[in-house]
Design a protein around this ligand. Structure first.
Ligand code: FCB
Length: 405
C-alpha cells in the first residue's frame, strides 16, 4: 500500500483552446483551415459548460484543477481588454473555489491572439512587453482567488514545434528564430514572475506560487555506446533542463510543473549534428506498450525526470500526465503505475506536491484533432454529453484517500 501526503493536490488539467470552443480570435483557429487539419470548432463547449464539468470533477474528489486563460478572448485587439471575458474567468476560478478545488492557472498554453501573431509573434522583442501587459490584466483580476500560476506551458515544445520543426503555426523552420523565441519566452517568464509577485504584494495578498509547466521526456540511450550516451545527455539538457536551469538561476521559479508522457529512446547511427539531437531508435529495441498515438508508455521515466529536477530544491507539481487510449483499463493501469513511480521519487527526496491527470475531458488534441481520447470523462462531441469513465471513478478513490492499494 502506498500513501500520499494529506495535503497533496489531486485533479486534472485542461487548456482553454482545447476545451472551450469558439475561440474566434485565436491564431490556431485562423491557421486550422490553411493546415487542412480537423478544426477545433466548438471543442467541448466548456466555455458554457464549465460548471457542469467542475461538478463532475468535484464528484471525482478532485481538490485542484489546472486551466488556462485564453489570451485571444481577454485581449481580442491589441491593448483592448474585454471586461466581460475577464469576468468570465473570475467566475470560472470562483466556481472552482466554491467546489473546494484549488484553481491553478496557466497564462499561455500554445495559443496567441491573431493580432499578436500578425505583428511579429514571439520572435520580436516587443512580445515580452505585450505578454506582460496581458498578464497584468489577468492577474489583477484573478489574484484574490488564485495562488498558483503557470506563466507558460511547455516553452520548449512550443518554440520547437512552431519555429523549428514547422509543425504548428506559424510553421517556421529556422534555428535562429527558434532561439530568439526561446530567449523572449525566458524573458517573458522572468518579467511576468516579478510582476505577479508585485501585484500580490501591493494588494497585501499572501505570496503566490509561480512557475512554468515543463514538458519532460525520459531520455534513454538505446545502448551504452559513447555516441548514444552523449546524445542522450545533450538531449536531456536541451529538451528537459535548459529552460529550467535558466529560470532557476534567475530565481524566478517557486515550483516546477512537469508534464510527462513518454520515453525518448536515443539511437544515433552516425556522427551528424542533426542526428545527435533527434534520431531515435527505429529497430524496436526495448519495445514498450503504446498509447493510441504510438507514444511509448514508460512509467519509470516519470521517476527519472522527477529525480533529475531534485537539484533545484523546489516543490514539484505533476501538471500533466495521461494517456490517450480506447481501452479504459489501460488508462487505469497507466495512472497506477505512474503514481507508484511518483511515490518512489518522493521517497528519494523529491518534494512532489500534487498530481494532475491530463485531461479532465476528451478534447481537441492540436494537429491530431478529436481522435485521441485522453479524458477521465468521455465526451460525445456531437451531443456534448459527458460520461465518467471507470478509470476516473477508480482514480477518485485515490483522490479521496491518498492511498494506492
Ligand atoms: C501536452 C500539452 C497538452 C496536451 C498533451 C497531450 O504536451 O501541453 O496541451 O496536448 O500534451
Amino acid at each position: 500500500m502506498i500513501r500520499f501526503p494529506e495535503n497533496f493536490y489531486w485533479g486534472a488539467a485542461t487548456s482553454s483552446y482545447q476545451v472551450e470552443g469558439g475561440c474566434a480570435n485565436a491564431d490556431w483557429r485562423a491557421w486550422e483551415p490553411k493546415a487542412g487539419k480537423q478544426q477545433s470548432g466548438a471543442a467541448c463547449r466548456h466555455y458554457e459548460l464549465y460548471e457542469q464539468d467542475f461538478d463532475l470533477a468535484r464528484g471525482l474528489n478532485h481538490n485542484a484543477h489546472r486551466l488556462s486563460i485564453e489570451w485571444s478572448r481577454v485581449e481580442p485587439r491589441e491593448g483592448e481588454f474585454s471586461q466581460k471575458e475577464l469576468q468570465h474567468y473570475i467566475d470560472v476560478v470562483k466556481a472552482l473555489r466554491s467546489r473546494g478545488m484549488e484553481p491553478m492557472v496557466t497564462l499561455h498554453h500554445f495559443v496567441n491572439p491573431v493580432w499578436f501573431s500578425e505583428s511579429g509573434t514571439w520572435g520580436k522583442p516587443s512580445c515580452v512587453k505585450r505578454f506582460v501587459r496581458y498578464c497584468e490584466a489577468v492577474v489583477e483580476a484573478l489574484s484574490p482567488h488564485v495562488r498558483f500560476w503557470f506563466t507558460i506551458n511547455e516553452p520548449t515544445v512550443y518554440f520547437s514545434h512552431s519555429f523549428f520543426w514547422g509543425l504548428w503555426p506559424p510553421q517556421e523552420k529556422s534555428f535562429a528564430r527558434m532561439r530568439a523565441v526561446h530567449d523572449n519566452m525566458n524573458q517573458a517568464h522572468i518579467e511576468a514572475y516579478r510582476l505577479i509577485h508585485q501585484i500580490y504584494k501591493n494588494a497585501n495578498l499572501p505570496k503566490p506560487s509561480v512557475g512554468i509547466a515543463q514538458h519532460m521526456q525520459a531520455v534513454v540511450a538505446c545502448d551504452r555506446s559513447f555516441r548514444n550516451r552523449l546524445a542522450a545527455w545533450l538531449r536531456d539538457y536541451w529538451y528537459n533542463l535548459e529552460v529550467l536551469d535558466y529560470l532557476a538561476r534567475h530565481k524566478t521559479l517557486d515550483f516546477i510543473g512537469i508534464n510527462y508522457y513518454q520515453r525518448h529512446l536515443v539511437h544515433v547511427r552516425r556522427w551528424d549534428i542533426g542526428d545527435l539531437f533527434q534520431q531515435v531508435c527505429q529497430d524496436n529495441h526495448h519495445p514498450l506498450p503504446k498509447n493510441s498515438l504510438g507514444w511509448g508508455i514508460y512509467p519509470e521515466g516519470l521517476e527519472q525526470v522527477l529525480l533529475s529536477v531534485k537539484k533545484y530544491h523546489l516543490p514539484v507539481l505533476i501538471s500533466e500526465n495521461g494517456i490517450c487510449t480506447d481501452d479504459d483499463n489501460q488508462r487505469w493501469e497507466f495512472i497506477q503505475s505512474h503514481l507508484r513511480h511518483v511515490h518512489q521519487a518522493m521517497e528519494q527526496g523529491v518534494n512532489v506536491i500534487g498530481y494532475l491527470y491530463w485531461s479532465l475531458l476528451d478534447n481537441f488534441e492540436w494537429t491530431e484533432g478529436f481522435t485521441p481520447r485522453f479524458g477521465l470523462i468521455d465526451v460525445d462531441f456531437a451531443s456534448q454529453a459527458r460520461r465518467v469513465r471507470g478509470s476516473a471513478e477508480k482514480f477518485a478513490g485515490i483522490c479521496r484517500t491518498g492511498v494506492l492499494a
